[in-house]
Design a protein around this ligand. Structure first.
Ligand code: PLP
Length: 364
């Protein structure tokens, strides 16, 4: 049986399957900053080689201090992890989650983490008829009236794979309502750099039930190095830290991340580029026949193919041309015509639109 991909970004498998070297693949299946990493961070990384003979700082203290200064938090309100995925998997065990509510359709690791820790999950899915707008009113309603109480809510803002975001004010309302019922809110802000006004990082550490996840791998373009962090009240952060294996965050990743957050020029360039290129990409995709392009606040787009075409066949057809896209048909709450595309550089986006247009116009 063919394995449905759990995540995008597996260039190794794609290279093996297609016989193309990784450098000749255009990966639209993982949503990484199309401008790549900060040049200053890459330079800093090069200087780390002589220190490979030492263990990394197990406390990530220099980086945590820099993040604490940036967000006006105390260092004990921050935990750095080996990608935000590590922290997602530590959270359910650390907090003893028994029943989590997932605002879907969303990132599959939340469910996997809760279930591996012995808990169970329920979903509240956004509706296709509402362009997958996150259903926060229904979440509030469920919290108030459900006879099966939950102890945690996972919300991704902006959400992956839909690209839809909710206002910071709506997130705050949710966090406050959850606090009254002693429900914790795990807010994943992995893609929030692209719509920073939606972030509630300013509330982090002040709300007793709010834990916010951030990732370096997407915006700072370092998925191979792995680094993410969690912010929240110090006692909860300590509970999660207590379960983390020692040295799980390598030294080059710590050095790279520190330099990357200091490179404000690269941050500004990245944001300006994405605004322009996403608008262009959306326009040319919307011009293709039968394609539905959902609104997005992130660096990726959710698309629905015409009903005569399945996401799986589309992904295979494009992969044979070296273009990797994310088939989203396995994501609970989405249908078998749904795919996700990262916004990449202009020439690659043009290539993708041309190949997709040709495939859509070809035999069914
Ligand atoms: C919404 C979301 N959160 C978290 C992650 C994990 O990112 P990382 O472990 O690379 O920080 C991903 C990765 O695809 C994601 O899409």
């Amino acid at each position: 049986m063919k394995r449905v991909p759990a995540h995008g970004g597996n260039v190794y498998e794609a290279a093996r399957a297609s016989g193309r070297p990784i450098g000749r693949l255009a990966d639209f299946s993982a949503s990484i900053n199309p401008l790549g990493p900060s040049p200053a961070a890459v330079r800093a990384l090069r200087h780390t080689l002589p220190q490979l003979v030492h263990y990394p700082d197990p406390d990530c203290l220099t980086l945590r201090r820099a993040l604490a200064k940036r967000w006006r938090l105390a260092t004990d309100q921050i935990l750095v992890g080996n990608g935000s995925s590590e922290l997602i998997h530590l959270l359910p065990r650390a907090l003893g989650m028994r029943h989590a509510l997932l605002v879907g359709p969303t990132f599959s690791e939340y469910a996997r983490a809760v279930e591996l820790a012995g808990g169970r999950v329920s979903y509240l899915h956004a509706k296709r008829s509402e362009d997958y707008r996150p259903p926060l009113e229904r979440v509030l309603d469920t919290m108030q009236h459900s006879r099966k109480p939950v102890d945690a809510i996972f919300l991704c803002n902006p959400n992956s794979p839909t690209g839809r975001a909710v206002d910071a004010a709506a997130v705050r309302t949710l966090v406050q309502a959850a606090a009254r019922r002693r429900i914790r809110v795990i807010l994943d802000e992995t893609f929030v750099e692209y719509c920073a006004d939606r972030s509630v990082m300013r509330d982090a550490g002040r709300s007793a039930n709010l834990l916010i996840l951030r990732s370096f791998t997407k915006f700072y373009a370092m998925p191979a190095l792995r680094l993410g962090y969690l912010v929240g009240p110090a006692p909860l952060i300590e509970q999660v830290r207590a379960l983390q294996p020692p040295w799980s965050v390598n030294m080059p990743a710590q050095v790279f991340a520190l330099a990357a957050i200091g490179d404000l020029a690269h941050t500004r360039r990245s944001l300006a580029f994405l605004q322009r290129e996403r608008a262009r990409f959306v326009m040319s995709l919307k011009a293709l026949p039968g394609l539905r392009v959902y609104p997005s606040e992130a660096n990726f787009l959710l698309l629905e193919l015409p009903m005569s075409r399945s996401a799986c066949v589309c992904a295979e057809a494009l992969a044979s041309r070296g273009l990797l896209i994310r088939d989203c048909s396995s994501v609970p709450g989405l249908n078998r015509w749904t795919v996700r595309l990262a916004v990449r550089r202009r020439m690659e986006n043009r290539r993708l639109v041309a190949a997709l247009g040709k495939w859509l116009g070809g035999p069914v």
